[in-house]
Design a binder for this molecule. Sequence first.
Ligand code: GDP
Ligand code: MN
Length: 387
Amino acid sequence: MKLIEFQGKELFRRFGIPTPRGQHCTTAIEAAAFISANRGSWVIKSQVLMGGRGKAGGIKFADSAADGEKIARELLGKVLKGVQNPDGEEVKSLLVEEKVAIASEAYVSITIDRARKQPVVIVSSQGGMDVEEVAEKHPDAISKYWLDPAIGCPPFVARRLAFAAALPPGYHRAFPEIVGALYTLFMDYGANLVEINPLVLTKSGDVIASDAKVELDDNGLYKHPDLAAWNAATPADADQAAAVAIGLGMSNYAKLDGTIGVIANGAGLGMGTMDAIRTAGGSAANFLDIGGGAQAELVKKSYALVVSDPKVRAMFINIFGGITRGDQVARGIVEALSGDDLRKVPLVVRLTGTNEKEGREILSAGGMVSVETMDEGAKRAVELARG
Ligand code: GDP
Ligand code: MN
C-alpha cells in the first residue's frame, strides 16, 4: 500500500517528524477558505501517488485565497503525467500547505536492501526534484548506512551520514531525531520505503519534511486496522481498480501489450502461462491470477475484464486444480460465454486436477475445446490469435 503525501505526513506527525502546517482539501472552496483563514503564502500540492509532481505541474504556489481557489480549480480533476507515470493520474484532492522559505533541500530515505537483508538509510545533500539524476551522475553525492535491527538507528548513524553526505551544518542538530523517528515509523508500520524528499532546511533554520513518500508492506497491514480506511480509499491505478471491482486482489490483474488473454490460478502459473505463450511465438495481453477456489462467478467476471481490452484476440484459460474445482471453473466459462453482453474471442482451456473430468464434460457439452498441457494450450492460443 502506497500512502499519498497527506497520509504519509499524518504518520510523520505521529512520530514527531516536523511537517509544514496544512490542510487536505477535496474542493477549491475548501482550499480558498483555509487560505483566507490563514494568511500567508501557500503551496497547493496535488495528492496523487506518482512522484515527480513538481515537474508534472502538480505543485503550485498561491498568495491569496482567490489565487488558491483558481489554482485548486485547475488542479482538481486534472490528469497529471510524468516520466514515472506516462498513463497519468487524476488529481482528486489537494494538500494546501504553508510555503516554507527553502535554504537547502536534502534527501533521506529508509528501505530494505534485499541483497544485504538489512534496512538501509540513504542520505544526500542534493535533494529535490533532480535526485534521480544525482543518483545516476554523482553516486558519490549519496551516502548509505546499513542498519542492524538489533541496534536500530541510534543518533550516531544519522550524524555519521550527515557528515558523509556533507549536509549543511543547519541540518545537524535536528537530523538524528528525524532519522530515528523515520526508522521507528519504518519498523512499526512495516514499511518497504519511507522517503523525505526534500527534507528542507528553512531560511529560519528549521528542518522540515516538505514531502512524504511511504510504502507499506501489504502483508503487515492487518496489524494496523487504523489504516484500513486509507487502504480502501487509495486510488488504485486503472488495472488495480478493475481487479478490485470484480473481487480480485489489487495485484491480481495487469494489462500488457500482447494479444492473448490469460486467466490462470496462482501468480506462478500465470507467469508460467505468459512464458509458454512467449515460447510459442505469441505475447500475453494481460496477467490475471484468479486465485485459489475460483468460483464460477469470478471466472465469468475475469473473462469479461480480460476481453474488455480490445487488443485481446484469443483467450487462454489455464487452471491447475488443487483447491480450485474444475467443474466450477468450467461452469463459469460456459456461463461467461453464454451471455450476449460480452465480446467473444476464440478460447483455449486447460483444466487439470480436482474434478477435471467433470469440468471437461461441462466444457464439451458447452461446445468448447480443452487441451491437456500448458504448452499445447499456448500453441493453440497463438494460432487462434493469428486467426
Ligand atoms: P514531488 O515533485 O512530487 O516530489 O513534490 P515535492 O513535494 O517534492 O515538491 C516538488 C518541489 O516543489 C520541491 O522540491 C520544492 O522545490 C518545491 N516546493 C514544495 N514545497 C515548497 C515550499 O513550501 N516552498 C518552496 N519554496 N518550494 C516548495
Ligand atoms: Mn518530492
